[in-house]
Design a protein. Sequence first.
Length: 277
Amino acid sequence: MSYVVDYHIHSHYSDGTMSPVELVKKYKEDEYDIISITDHDGIDGLKEAAIAGESLDIKVVPGVELSTEHLFAPVNAAEGETLAVELHILGYDFDVENPALLEKLAELKRFRKERNAKLVEVLAEMGYPVDLEALEKQSKGGYVGKPNIARELVRGGYIEKVSDAWEPGKIFESDKVKAIRKEKLSSAEAIRLLTEAGGKAVLAHPAKIRGMGERGSDEFWKNMDILIRDLKKAGLKGVECYHPNHSEEEAWKLFQIAAKYHLHVTEGSDFHGKENE
């Protein structure tokens, strides 16, 4: 039996624009069988999503997307040389009441709040004033991420569309903003937390990972193989091979690497809502 699934969705509890209930209704209307709401570094919307799923007869798997950093030895590295890359780890079907996981998520929320204060200060210096307090009040659970800020810049007339905030050298891609340090879990710690909470860890949109060589090059794919091998040793259970940002060729290459290391293959839309265009 085949199922229509989407294992990568964001609600307004992180940087999406729709409520968990609205999302469940949308996916039910679109005739999906299984979905997972995977908000960034938080699970505040999962209970209402689960209730809506039961009411509408659509399976809602508990999910989360954790921002992490991984150190590994890249291809052709000198002895002792390591490379730090930012990875997103998706977690599924874990205990939403797990104390260790909840404690870590609360800590990440505090770190994000501190970083956002620095971010809006730098943006103001660059000529992009943002009212962080107002954004926090608008946000469910107090989450404010870069997409939330980008939408505010669109409303303020500073940019035409959300994606403009990530143009090379502009706003979020400027040296000033990139210099603001974001506290992250190590990938191994994220995988451990999810596993000990009874869940499964999956590498999100791997082809988007930066810093492993030119995307699509031999160097990139050799480093991808090394990276996924390392994560498998740490307890990784799957790879998000199918994602809107992946080409068919990239999806196939990722599928082959996942098969090589006996990992599950997943797919997700990374849906954030219609405003994120």
